[in-house]
Ligand binder design. Sequence first.
Ligand code: SAM
Length: 305
Amino acid sequence: MREEKPAEDSQESPCNGIDKPYHVPVMADEVAEFFAGGLNEGLLVDGTAGAGGHLEMLSRALPRMSFLAVDRDPAAVSILRSRFSDNPDITVRQGSYTEIPEIINELGLRKASAALFDLGLSSIQLDDPSRGFSYRYEGPLDMRFDDSTGKTAAELLNGISEKEIADIIYKYGEEGRSRRIAKAIARNRPVNTTLELAEIINTSIRSRRNSFKILSRVFQALRIAVNGELDQLERLIDGLEGWTEVGARIAFITFHSIEDRKIKLLFRDTPGYRQHSPRWVVPGEDEVRKNSRARSARLRMGIRT
Ligand SMILES: C[S@@+](CC[C@H](N)C(=O)[O-])C[C@H]1O[C@@H](n2cnc3c(N)ncnc32)[C@H](O)[C@@H]1O
């Protein structure tokens, strides 16, 4: 068995080009193979549909299934609606994946035979300076998936204690220099833009070695905190049994070791689930070469029993 390494977010985006207008789906072949291996009919829920990269592929691979696409981000939902407007088998809804039970109820759908969760953020979100996810472009420090609700990253950073900032950076970014960085942020508040924050971090760590890694970790940590991502994931896991049928195939793509561990425990140790073999899959070298964002991804698959 391979040793588990902490995963790391990448801020390198593969889809800036006109020839790639959408987010490039990670491990799409492996995901399609998993679902197509045991499914023919029924409902497949894509709980983090993003720009619909996986969905497009799955709707082609599984032509007899119907699909529910959910995303928390209203901008992603607009893309999904226009991309799949002529496909009657795909229903799109804006909301968190924690709201899937209510959405299924409201639409009068049956329990799902399959579910996919590709966690984290899309290249489209990362590449939009107005969203504030990237340390590469100047923009407001926002980072909310759903920008109609909740505190922005700037509001969060400017309103909590230095210790709370350090805890976020350490826990969600797995960054050892969390206290030093938190002190610099606290001293230089208010922090309102991405490049202001990047400059504070760079100055605080002094050495430019590994600075991109550190920036990635701090930005990732803030994004996780702003969106309550781990809390959301726990709520999703707690409710999953209620809206998936026995035998359902469930796949998670994670980019962070804390998330990955939760999914490992779900499929390995939770009654009502079993791990599918292989227990996890990572992208091949070729995929990582073409799509640097795939580098830290891990796919875990499980079956409802
Ligand atoms: C990595 S992208 C998915 C990309 C998609 N698989 C594709 O191929 O285009 C992750 C998506 O999850 C969404 N997201 C994050 N947290 C969410 C939540 N709690 N509920 C629903 N969507 C969420 C983000 O807005 C983002 O669009």
